[in-house]
Design a protein around this ligand. Structure first.
Ligand code: UDP
Length: 366
């Protein structure tokens, strides 16, 4: 059953009635907009993966009902929240998607399932330009057939190769840095057109560097190739050292600069965006507005873990832009999004906590 916040007129202003009630009761802007009496059923593709599983956790905490669709090729069964309904299926199989929509009264979709590696996409472009695009298309076509018109897309900062201005706003020119970024650009364009043709309402959320962990869910890829988990694997003694991909970039210390955003803050942005969809489609850049070089990340991790974390300088990784830092002013002013874990130390500490408690990740990969 769908319970919508009622829109009322009050003193000449349009207010969301439920927001008003919760605001009155709690007096906290973040809490108001994140939690309330929403009982929408949300399909989360990739809900067994890193960002998807933490978003499911937050959706359930906010009273949504969740169906997870995941083929477990990269995700982990143990990461799926026990209160979610799980369907093991592949988005390349239209019949499997059709069964999910036929069986469950889905009202909105959050689409995380994706190939996501910049470096891999430079080596295997068709995996990205093919699979990522076809899976998104299959999902959207099925949604629209079932008259489901709310969609939140995991998009990426890799849309912004060599940006003209840093921090990067949503008005920056789109120049994907890799076939991965290009696949997200194609999906964003698909959403634009489906809004024109079918009245789809979408939010395209361009993540900068998702990092950190919730107490129960963290980052576990096989093979691992993301900076923070690799650094922590060195600190745990699982690897001897780290290779830094290039120190000849036009940045203060020559290594790439990235804007790291805590996974729970990212998850909350999805919920805010979903709740705002009926007021219109939207596109947001999501980061903390501060960039850290690879060397600064290692230095911070050294302080937190007490480990020396040795590294060697290696060649650049193809597809890596020099500097990516978000201007998230738009989502802050439009939806009141405010990161709760904005400090790099807090982000790395949360990841360190999870990795120490899960030294073999979810323990399901050889
Ligand atoms: N990086 C690195 N060594 C590694 C992994 C990553 O120097 O073993 C760098 C990478 O070049 C990038 C930054 O760390 O500048 C973050 O990379 P990650 O793969 O974590 O995220 P991405 O920026 O690709 O989304």
């Amino acid at each position: 059953m769908q319970r919508w916040p009622t829109t009322v007129r009050f003193a000449g202003k349009k207010l969301l009635f439920y927001n008003f009630i919760v605001q009155f009761a709690c007096g906290s802007a973040t809490t108001n907009t994140l939690y309330g009496t929403w009982s929408m059923k949300v399909l989360v593709t990739g809900g067994a993966g890193y960002i998807g599983s933490v978003t499911v956790e937050r959706l359930i905490a906010a009273d949504f009902s969740v169906v997870v669709l995941d083929n477990l090729s990269q995700g982990h069964a143990a990461a799926i929240h026990p209160a979610a309904t799980f369907v093991e299926a592949d988005l390349q199989d239209p019949d499997a998607i059709e069964s999910v929509f036929a069986e469950h009264a889905i009202e909105a979709v959050m689409h995380f399932a994706s190939r996501t590696l910049v470096g891999e996409s430079m080596q295997k472009p068709f995996l990205y330009l093919g699979e990522n695009v076809v899976c998104g298309r299959n999902l959207l076509e099925c949604m629209l057939r079932h008259d489901v018109k709310r969609f939140v897309l995991s998009s990426t900062a890799n849309l912004f190769d060599s940006p003209e201005k840093i921090p990067i706003t949503e008005n920056e020119s789109i120049r994907p840095g890799s076939p991965y970024g290009e696949s997200k650009r194609i999906l964003e364009r698909m959403l634009y057109w489906l809004e024109q043709t079918d009245g789809l309402r979408f939010a395209a959320l361009r993540y900068f560097n998702a990092a950190g962990a919730s107490p129960d869910r963290g980052e576990d890829h096989t093979p691992e190739c993301h900076l923070i988990p690799l650094v922590l694997e060195v600190a745990l003694g699982k690897r001897e050292s780290l290779s830094i991909f290039g120190n000849d970039y036009p940045t203060p210390d020559g290594t790439c600069v990235r804007d790291y955003i805590h996974i729970s803050d990212l998850a909350d942005a999805h919920i805010l965006a979903l709740k705002a969809l009926d007021q219109g489609s939207r596109t947001y850049n999501l980061g903390n507005g501060r960039g850290f070089s690879v060397l600064e990340v290692i230095e911070t991790a050294r302080k937190i873990t007490g480990h020396a974390i040795p590294y060697e300088m290696g060649p650049r990784r193809a597809g890596d832009p020099a500097e990516l830092v978000a201007d998230s002013g738009r989502i802050t002013s439009e939806l009141g999004w405010k990161p709760q874990f904005a400090q790099l130390e807090t982000i790395i500490e949360s990841a360190w906590h999870w990795h120490r408690n899960h030294p073999n990740g979810y323990g399901d990969q050889a």
